[in-house]
Design a protein around this ligand. Sequence first.
Ligand code: FAD
Length: 304
Amino acid sequence: MTRTAETAVPPSLSYELYPPAKPSAEDALLRAIDELGATQPDYVSVTYSGTPSRRRASIELIEHLVGATRLRPLAHLTCVGETRASLRQLVRQFVGLGVRGVLAMRGDLPAGPEVSRGELPFARYLVELIREVEESHSATLAGGRIAVGVAAYPNPHPESPSFQHDVEVLVSKERSGADFAISQVYFDPADYVRLVTAARGAGVTIPIIPGVIPMSSVRRLERLAVMTGVRPDARLLHRLETASSDAERRRIGVAAAADLARAAFDAGAPGLHLYTFNDAPASVEVVEALDLPAIRTLSTAVSA
Ligand code: FAD
């Protein structure tokens, strides 16, 4: 791995977890948390959805991470469909739970004109709202800050008129107070480099962490394309479709994710965010394949 100025400090490592949709998935999630925790990530992010049951599941997962593990949660939060008051309340609740990092997003727009889009039209206003709550909680936070992350797009967001527009949106998120960005999934290493180059050219200075997914299922890859508007990589799709077993598909997905991560590090990426789909072994295999600088064991952390 070539280490450039941007990776002079060891790269960060994070994983994205989904709150379990049904009780039967809870044990698998707890196992995943243990397995991922053993790699000593800097934080694990917890996805969010505004529906009451999903929101409760996110909060329960955050409570578990704070109360029963040594992992630091990054709480995702979306503003679509919400009022300012409800969002302030949620951010206060996060702070009360011990959360010190929030990934601030708008969320996907609801279908149907009659559904409320909420009071904040774009993620940058949620970043500002979080900063306001932070200000009003300065005593609780002992003068500390909430780390606020935002989404960034190597390929144009489905509603966006252009890639350059998304870069300008990222500039606006940084000006609103964002500390870092995590990228949407992408499959061509050049897409991440193009995003970082364009963002730096437009004045973005915050770290832009590549979001990488170990993808070992054709069905999941196709679903992801529908969800994100990111076209699946044709070669990866073909290799997964023609693989002879699940084990081979898994090897292909892990190798492709490790290649993407390596290319991003070579381009100066300040960290790696793995979308896990709660499949810990695949993500751990990616990390092992990368041979990251040895900061992930207690002995090296202590002797550093
Ligand atoms: P915004 O930055 O508000 O952008 C939304 C659209 O509006 C874009 O097309 C943008 O170009 C446009 N826009 C922004 N500002 C302006 C402006 N001033 N004028 C005109 N147009 C503008 N979704 C969930 O529901 N839950 C999750 O947990 C979740 N986690 C995610 C994690 C990551 C790392 C990423 C990359 C995405 C995640 N998403 C999640 C998906 C995200 O909510 C969607 O991509 C959503 O459609 C856009 O969110 P945003 O924060 O980028 O929105």
